[in-house]
Design a binder for this molecule. Structure first.
Ligand SMILES: C[S@@+](CC[C@H](N)C(=O)[O-])C[C@H]1O[C@@H](n2cnc3c(N)ncnc32)[C@H](O)[C@@H]1O
Length: 293
C-alpha cells in the first residue's frame, strides 16, 4: 500500500493499525487554534471546502463530523502529503485537489458548499475582493482566518495594509510581478510556492466584513484574535505595547503590528454551529493525540 502513496505522511499520526508515522514534519506544526475550531464546528450532514488546506489535517479533523470535505491547495507537494495522510488513516469522505485560487475558473461549475473554510489564506492572495467574489457564489457560509493590521476599531474600519517587506521576501510575489501580474503567465515551480510570508494585503476585519456583506453574507461573528481568540481591546493594547517595547530595544518592527483574526460569515443565521473552541469537550482526534510526543 505504501508504494502507491506519492507523498510522505506527516509524522506522529496513529494509524488504524496502531503504528505511529515518522517523518520530517510533525502533525502538531499545523496551527492548533484552527485545529480546535475545526473540531468545534458542528458539521453534521454538511459539505465543506477547505481552501489552502496544506497537508490536510484540518480537512481530516472536519471529516469526522462533516458529510464530505474537499481540500484545495496550490502546492502539489502538500496535496500529495494530504492524500498520503488520508489514505493511511483510512478516511473516505475527504478529497484533496491541487488548484490555485488565482485561477478564475477554479470555482466555476462546482457544487455549492455549506461551509467554505479559508484559514491562513486571505493575506496570501493578491486580491481579497476577487477571491471572495469568485468563491462567494458556491458558499453558504465562510470561516475565515487571516492576518490583520492591529488598529483601534479595526473590526469597523475598512482598510488593508500592504507591507513592502512581503514582496521582497516571497519569490512567488517576485515571479508573479515578473510574469505580468494578475492574468499574466505564471510558470512557478511547486517548490517556489511557499506557504511562508507573502504579505500582499492584510485587510482589517472591518474590510472583510464590508466585502462579505456586499456578497450577501449578512450574519457575522467575530470569534477573536490570536491563538486564544482574545478580545479586540486586549489585542490592540498588547500589540501596540509590544511594538513600543521592541522599538525601544532597537528591534525591527512592522509599521503596524499584525495579529491573526477569525470570523464566521453566514448567508442565513445559524447555518454553522460552533461550540466553544476551548471547551473541555473539544479534543484532537485520537489519531492525532499521538502527535504530542
Ligand atoms: C499558512 S498555510 C495555512 C494552512 C492551513 N489552512 C492552516 O490553517 O494551518 C496557507 C496555505 O495556503 C496555500 N496557498 C497560498 N496561496 C494559495 C493560492 N493562491 N491558491 C491555493 N492555495 C494557496 C499555501 O500553499 C498554504 O498551504
Amino acid at each position: 500500500m505504501e508504494k502507491q502513496l506519492s507523498g510522505e505522511p506527516l509524522s506522529g499520526l496513529r494509524l488504524p493499525t496502531g503504528e505511529i508515522t515518522t517523518g520530517d514534519r510533525p502533525a502538531r506544526t499545523l496551527r492548533k487554534r484552527n485545529a480546535r475550531i475545526a473540531r468545534a464546528l458542528n458539521l453534521a450532514g454538511k459539505r465543506v471546502l477547505d481552501i489552502g488546506c496544506a497537508e490536510g489535517l484540518h480537512s481530516l479533523y472536519m471529516s469526522e463530523s462533516a458529510k464530505e470535505v474537499v481540500g484545495i491547495d496550490h502546492r502539489q507537494s502538500v496535496i500529495d502529503r494530504a492524500e498520503a495522510n488520508r489514505q493511511l488513516l483510512g478516511i473516505s469522505n475527504v478529497t484533496f485537489k491541487c488548484g490555485d485560487v488565482r485561477d478564475r475558473e477554479l470555482f466555476g461549475g462546482i457544487e455549492r458548499f455549506d461551509l467554505v473554510v479559508a484559514w491562513g489564506l486571505l493575506h496570501r492572495v493578491a486580491d481579497v475582493f476577487s477571491f471572495l467574489q469568485s468563491v462567494g457564489p458556491v458558499a453558504d457560509a465562510f470561516s475565515l482566518e487571516w492576518r490583520t493590521p492591529v488598529l483601534p476599531f479595526m473590526s469597523r474600519l475598512s482598510l488593508a495594509y500592504h507591507s513592502p517587506i512581503g514582496d521582497a521576501l516571497d519569490p512567488m510575489n517576485l515571479e508573479f510581478r515578473k510574469n505580468g501580474g494578475e492574468g499574466g503567465e505564471r510558470a512557478i515551480a511547486d517548490s517556489e510556492k511557499i506557504e511562508g510570508y507573502t504579505g500582499f494585503w492584510e485587510p482589517t476585519p472591518g474590510a472583510v466584513r464590508t466585502i462579505c456583506r456586499r456578497l450577501g453574507f449578512h450574519h457575522i461573528r467575530l470569534l477573536g484574535y490570536g491563538e486564544n481568540l482574545k478580545s479586540e481591546f486586549r489585542t490592540v493594547a498588547r500589540a501596540w505595547t509590544g511594538q513600543a517595547i521592541r522599538k525601544l530595544a532597537g528591534k525591527a518592527v512592522h509599521q503596524i503590528p499584525l495579529a491573526r483574526v477569525h470570523m464566521v460569515f453566514e448567508k442565513e443565521p445559524g447555518m454553522i454551529e460552533l461550540r466553544d473552541p476551548f471547551g473541555s469537550d473539544v479534543k484532537l482526534p485520537e489519531w492525532e493525540q499521538a502527535a504530542r510526543f
